[in-house]
Design a protein around this ligand. Structure first.
Ligand code: LUZ
Ligand code: MOS
Length: 750
């Protein structure tokens, strides 16, 4: 099935928050953010701003009837700064005016004096000064301390990875307006309708049932709207609550880049021990996560770093500790992979370091240590249906690793100033929210009298195609044409208590809830048909909108069945609830079975370096990916392609740069380089691994959103490999992103 949105997206008809037709009297908001990264507010003067024609009101923390607190996991983030500021751009006030332009100009007229406090942007410095957002956590297995003496080789190293700006095409925004009886309706560009509802209720000190959050779709999110859409929704709601007017806020790109958190940079130390035959016996690491000024989702992101810090490898003795360090940057947040990529870059770096020192191919160590069936993850889950070796071997069979290597060697022998390099990037990603209670979902299905169907779930469409998948689920269960089915917006009055659409689990969780609801309806419809045919309902089935009795076609068609059911007063509405079975996690032991299943795959990445300029082009990304039984190969391949490019962007191009005073220098798309059409790999080839797919995956189609991003990590090692071909003095180091500047330095490093 084609993505139901593609036509409307391409023709510009899809409605986003900023496209909602506004009501008469709508006012517009702009945020006054802190001009300093750390300090005490000495003076705040709104008089010039308020004197401007068209300015209605300026909101601060003093206008909040409830708690000035938007922290989700830990309550450590005010909606508006009170006496202190902790990052540049931190919201201090919300200016409301008759037009967007006036609001933005008025925000510039606010006078503020701030006493300068020390600015920390480096996570190690923060940790040394005792600035942690919350206590560190450690995952371990085996006996690391007594293993080092058994190792034939031990290597140590340091790994740095940068952050990443989400660059969703639609910036953060919200439109809120008053409804009857002191209620408020909020349209928000959020992945988490219920998060917005809950926090807005806290801010306004009203009950959740007075807040209706509606989400039609997002113009991209990538994790950036799992938590961080909430602040803007709350500001619009607060102003609407006080002024009893509709309020709209839509962040200008600059504000969005400056004010919102990003993927977490990490700085890490590792130690890896191997036997003579290259088995990894021990792996130890300490990681410093740059959390920014408040916790946001960092506790959960830190956890996923730990879960993925051994990637696709079985290592019998491990100990990994992560510190979440408080710095004067915007609170860093969810970003596709959610801490997993940082853990996986670390272990791949440790392996690359060992390979470099031993002067062998990284592949030898990778292959020797691949996770196998029934191996134990360091968090206590037994690995089942492992497809690490299988995906690697399939990729080798399809793409011929030896041939790729021979071609690279031949090219490198012939070319002086161009060198090619390649890397193998295997992935293993756990599917489920690591916080077990979040793994639940609901769906609501109506069948109307004319046989058309309306479905609502908690899933948010953000370009990933989840709405199309939901329609596929319902169409398949009812065996009706998909054009009979409409998917409604995500709305807290139709589906309550939603988990954010995140963790790659939107289709699994909501699809399963939908499956349960549809099956409930189907059962009743079969009973109706059985009555019409005077037979048993177990003999009834629906095939292509026709009712069958055993294998015999009957005279009853879908529309007639629905009409009869209605006349017989059968309920044509059903609600489904789903909770992922089996999963649990015991934080006191840091052991459990947190994931419903894992997604596996392997990518071969090749790159060509221009050794005069330090620039590069990715030639091929050749992938064997474990989709399970993909329910939509167009959408799923699209997710893989997008994820690979986004992963390569993180590893090779996108560089966040901050001044010492905490100012984001790379604050626009002219200074922050995201992959464009010229920098995507010339060839991305995707082949599915033939697997059955787990039962808990919706229609046995595995979660797809995040896992393939990690193929992009191979970009770093492919570049390093090419540098080595040019400069044999080069000793691999780990400082991502591998920008052309860094590449050039290493090409000529002595
Ligand atoms: N969000 C979350 C996520 O709250 N918990 C998770 O485990 C997760 N994993 C990936 C992406 N978002
Ligand atoms: Mo996410 S990183 O699945 O919001």
């Amino acid at each position: 099935m084609k993505n139901i949105d593609s036509k409307n997206h391409v023709t510009g008809k899809s409605v986003y928050v900023d496209d909602i037709p506004v009501q008469t009297g709508t006012l517009y908001g702009a945020i006054f953010g802190s001009p300093k990264a750390h300090g005490k507010i000495l003076k705040l003067d709104f008089s010039d701003a308020l004197a401007m024609e068209g300015v209605e009101y300026i909101f601060t923390h003093k206008d909040i009837p409830g708690e000035n607190q938007i922290g989700g996991i830990i309550k450590d983030e005010p909606l508006f700064a009170e006496n202190e500021v902790h990052f540049m751009g931190q919201p201090i006030a919300f200016v409301v005016a008759q037009t967007e332009k006036i609001a933005q100009n008025a925000a510039k007229k606010i006078n503020i004096e701030i006493e300068d406090w020390e600015v920390i942007t480096d996570p190690r410095e923060a940790q040394q000064k005792g600035q942690l957002l919350f206590p560190p956590r450690t995952f371990k297995m085996g006996d690391i301390d007594n293993t080092w003496k058994d190792c034939d080789y031990i290597f140590e190293g340091k790994v740095e990875n940068g952050g990443q700006e989400h660059v969703y095409i639609e910036t953060q925004g919200s439109y809120a307006y008053p409804m009857d009886n002191g209620s408020i309706k909020i349209h928000s560009s959020t992945q988490g309708a219920t998060v917005v509802q809950k926090i807005a209720a806290r801010i306004l000190d009203i009950k959740m049932h007075r807040i209706e959050v509606d989400v039609a779709r997002l113009g991209g999110a990538f994790g950036g709207k799992e938590d961080q859409a909430t602040a803007y929704a709350c500001m619009a709601a607060l102003a609407s609550f006080h002024l009893q007017k509709p309020i709209k806020i839509s962040l200008p790109r600059h504000d969005d880049m400056m004010m919102t958190g990003k993927r977490h940079p990490y700085s890490s130390d590792f130690k890896i021990g191997l036997s003579k035959d290259y088995k990894i016996l021990a792996f130890q690491a300490t990681m410093y996560q740059n959390g920014g000024a408040a916790s946001d989702l960092s506790p959960a992101i830190l956890e996923r770093t730990l879960f993925h810090s051994t990637n696709t490898y079985f290592i019998p003795n491990t100990k990994v500790t992560v510190y979440s360090c408080k710095t004067n940057l915007p609170p860093n947040t969810a970003f596709r992979g959610f801490g997993g990529p940082q853990g996986m870059f670390l272990i791949e770096s440790a392996i690359a370091k060992a390979a470099c020192e031993l002067n062998i191919s990284k592949q030898i160590i990778q292959e020797k240590n691949f996770l196998q069936e029934n191996d134990l993850f360091q968090y206590g889950q037994v690995a089942k249906n492992v497809n690490v070796k299988k995906s690697f071997e399939t990729a080798d069979k399809i793409y011929h690793l030896k041939k790729i290597e021979q071609e690279i060697n031949a090219f490198n022998a012939q070319h002086q100033n161009y060198k090619k390099g390649m890397a193998i990037m295997p992935i293993c990603f756990g599917i489920s929210f690591t916080k077990t209670p979040m793994n639940q979902a609901r769906a609501l299905v109506h069948i109307y009298q004319d046989g058309s169907v309306g479905i609502s779930t908690g899933a948010v469409e953000m370009g990933q195609g989840v709405n199309t998948k939901m329609i596929q689920v319902a169409a398949k269960i009812f065996s009706i044409n998909s054009n009979r089915i409409k998917i409604e917006s995500t709305n807290t009055t139709r589906v309550a208590n939603t988990s954010p659409t995140a963790a790659s689990s939107g289709a699994d969780l909501n699809g399963n809830a939908l499956r349960i609801a549809c099956n409930g309806l189907l059962e009743r419809l079969k009973q109706t048909a059985a009555k019409m045919l005077s037979c048993k309902s177990k003999d009834i089935s629906i095939q292509d909108e026709t009712i069958f009795q055993k294998d015999k076609k009957t005279y009853i068609l879908w529309e007639q069945l629905i009409e009869t059911a209605f006349l017989n007063r059968v309920s044509l509405t059903e609600n489904g609830h789903y909770a992922t079975p089996v999963i649990y996690f015991d934080k006191s032991k840091e052991k459990g079975h947190p994931f419903a299943y894992h997604v596996y795959g392997t990518a071969f990445i090749t790159v060509t370096l221009d050794c005069i300029r330090g620039t590069y082009e990715f030639d091929d990304v050749k992938i064997v990916h474990d989709f399970g039984n993909s329910m939509n190969t167009i959408i799923d391949n699209g997710q893989v392609e997008g994820a690979v490019v986004q992963g390569i962007g993180w590893m090779a191009m996108e560089e966040l740069s901050y001044a010492k005073n905490g100012k984001l220098l790379s604050n626009s798309l002219s200074t922050y380089k995201i992959p464009d059409i010229y920098s995507v790999p010339k060839n991305i080839e995707i082949n599915p691994l033939k697997t059955e797919g787990p039962e808990v995956a919706i229609l046995r189609s595995k979660a797809i959103g995040e896992p393939p991003l990690m193929y992009g990590i191979g970009a770093y090692f492919a570049i390093a490999d090419a540098i080595k071909a040019f400069n044999s003095n080069y000793k691999i180091d780990f400082n991502a992103p591998f920008t052309p500047e860094k590449v050039l330095m290493r090409l000529y490093q002595k």
